[in-house]
Design a protein around this ligand. Structure first.
Ligand SMILES: [Zn+2]
Length: 115
């Protein structure tokens, strides 16, 4: 089990299930308790699907099998996944940009810069 890729290879398959980029999420291994970015996992592609193993203890964290018409995902080896919500500042920016109101955008910029 030496030929593996890093967890970033999971991004495409997981983007079909999660709206956020889960590879940047922090996850806890159910075996050893190690917390780390899912991108740090060791991913093996020489299986019927993708197999992500813990970089600390080698436990299987996740498996993804794409059958064409179905995507079978198991996260059984993880005890937690920590996703970061967009900050309120980003939400304000998005709101301001969607409204395309120059006064609102300027106000948000002042708030962001603290002036
Ligand atoms: Zn582990």
């Amino acid at each position: 089990m030496t030929n593996h890729l890093d967890g970033n290879v999971l991004a495409g398959a997981l983007s079909e299930v999660f709206t956020a980029d889960v590879t940047s999420a922090r996850a806890r291994c159910g075996g050893c308790g190690r917390m780390g970015a899912l991108a740090e996992a060791m991913v093996y592609t020489n299986a019927p699907g993708l197999v992500a193993r813990c970089a600390g203890c080698d436990q299987v964290l996740a498996t993804i099998v794409d059958t064409g018409d179905r995507l079978i995902l198991s996260l059984a080896g993880l005890s937690a996944i920590e996703l970061t919500r967009p900050s309120r500042l980003v939400e304000c920016w998005l709101f301001a940009l969607v409204r395309a109101d120059p006064a609102q955008i300027a106000s948000t910029q002042r708030a962001a810069s603290g002036t």
